[in-house]
Design a binder for this molecule. Sequence first.
Ligand code: ZN
Ligand code: ZN
Length: 212
Amino acid sequence: MTIQHHLDDNTLMAYAAGTLPEAVNLVVAAHVSLCDECRASVESYDAVGGILMDQSQHVAMSGESLAQVLARLDLPVTDKPVVRKPGALPGPVQDYVGGDLDSVKWKPIGMGVKQAILPTSSEATARLLFIPAGVAMPDHSHSGPEFTLVLQGAFFDADDRFARGDIEIANDDVTHTPIADIGEDCICLAVTDAPLEFKGWVPRIVQKFVDI
Ligand code: ZN
Ligand code: ZN
């Protein structure tokens, strides 16, 4: 099954330029790791970026400034290097989880839906979502865009179906209700740059108690 829903060029360009918030960077890296088409785009933007860098003035860097640059890169801080293994979670996500699905620390948020917030910088939030087969995500809207990458199973949102590798980009003004396909529990990586706003009263109460 080929990937039907991709990232837009602006996001891929910003990714190649390294200007995305850490959580958005993660969801793009995860999609790119699954998608040949977007990976080819990123490689072409990288090549263009490399030429521009070469043409700009060269500045000699001391060993210390290199260390400072490396320290600013969006790399997860872990005590021990994560050994990536083939699994449901793409390599960039495994780096944040510390392993594959069996290492995820899920927290229930109601209706069988579970989430795990990944440790990224605070400009945007990355969470893994587990939605049981046939169950709807609570109705919600966002005050910023949301990227939802399917890692297992599939979900429907309005007329579109999203399966592994597909990424949905929902705008800030929509209220939408993704529903997991009945065939399999759905696991997604969802990234928002602002807290989700749930519409039903039950999820809103839950929202006060869990970091969502
Ligand atoms: Zn793609
Ligand atoms: Zn949403």
